[in-house]
Write a protein that binds this ligand. Structure first.
Ligand code: AKB
Length: 316
């Protein structure tokens, strides 16, 4: 049966790049993008307006295009979710239940749902955080991701639903802008460095967090979904590591390209969220089970970001 993919939440930071990656691999017409917002960039291929909590609307798209795989990306991220915990829980959970139920009813063959390092909390070992460890999240986003992971594992075990997930670290890319995360500073810093030569970080000096360059994250996501089912042994979410850095480390790398760049610090409410998360991740399960390997380190990521943003926004 031909692969027909629906990406729900396609206009966000991951969705923008994932749709492009999926279309490059499986063909423009085989990947339907959908969101409640228009796409961030011009896209070649079908787009449908739909709310991730509208089961009938999603079913109509599945029927219209003969969809058999869904990537559900719609969610409130860590910082935004703290402003409206009840809505964050509703959106993050209801949308997941809709796709898990559609898969249980046999209307979908495979489901992808993103998890996050936010499943971990202050009591988790901070360095080399293992795949299986204490996970007591302190944010509503983290609680929703942790509960969602358990629901994914439950639907897999109880109903045989083929659902797969990655615990993304902070993601950095130049093609799309992030919205509402604690790690967003690591994207904003590039835009401000090129525009004004200065940036005030909302995370303090020394705040080390796990991060990844978007091309690695997109490749990992598609590779996990394409892996033979028997290789996908973790049905909660896979730990995935790229590299870790603090704001002053990324600033030092940016200065190799923009020597006058100045960084200052004004930590805000997001600092407490960052402090509760791991500083580095052990991703040996993903490496062993389905062959994950990152391609970018901090230096390579910064080089590529500066090159592409200079070309696309034309400053610096
Ligand atoms: C966030 O900061 O909320 C996200 C994440 C790590 O899941 N980027």
């Amino acid at each position: 049966m031909a692969k027909k993919i629906l990406v729900i939440g396609s206009s966000g930071q991951i969705g923008t790049e994932l749709v492009e990656g999926l279309r490059a691999r499986f063909g423009n017409d085989n990947v339907v993008a959908s969101d409640i917002k228009e796409p961030q960039v011009k896209m070649d291929g079908p787009f449908a307006m739909v709310d991730a909590m509208d089961r009938r609307g999603i079913e109509r798209i599945i029927e219209k295009y003969g969809i058999n795989e869904v990537y559900l990306l719609a969610a409130l991220l860590s910082a935004t979710a703290e402003k409206d915990p009840a809505f964050a829980w509703k959106l993050n959970m209801e949308s997941l239940f809709i796709v898990l139920e559609l898969a249980r009813e046999g209307k979908l063959k495979k489901v992808y749902w993103p998890s996050s390092i936010a499943v971990f909390g202050p009591t988790t070992p901070k360095q080399g955080t293992p795949q299986h460890t204490i996970a007591e999240p302190s944010t509503v986003y983290g609680i929703s991701k942790q509960a969602g992971e358990q629901w994914c594992a439950y639907y897999h075990k109880r109903y045989g639903v083929d659902v797969r997930s990655i615990r993304y670290p902070g993601l950095i890319g130049w093609k799309s802008t992030p919205g509402g995360g604690t790690t967003d500073y690591a994207v904003h810093i590039f835009h401000e460095a090129l525009k004004s030569g200065t940036y005030t970080s909302f995370l303090d000096r020394g705040t080390q967090l796990p991060m990844m360059y978007m091309p690695d994250a997109i490749r990992a996501t598609i590779d996990l979904m394409e892996a033979p089912a028997e290789k996908v042994k973790e049905r909660t979410g896979y730990n995935l590591a790229g590299f870790s850095f603090a704001p002053e480390d990324i600033a030092a790398e940016i200065r190799r390209h923009l020597p006058a760049f100045k960084l200052s610090f004004a930590p805000d409410h997001r600092q407490a969220i960052a402090n509760s998360w791991p500083q580095s991740i052990d991703d040996s399960a993903a490496r062993a089970d389905w062959g994950w390997r990152p391609q970018y380190d901090l230096k390579g990521m910064v080089e590529d970001m500066v090159l592409n943003l200079r070309r696309t926004v034309g400053q610096g």
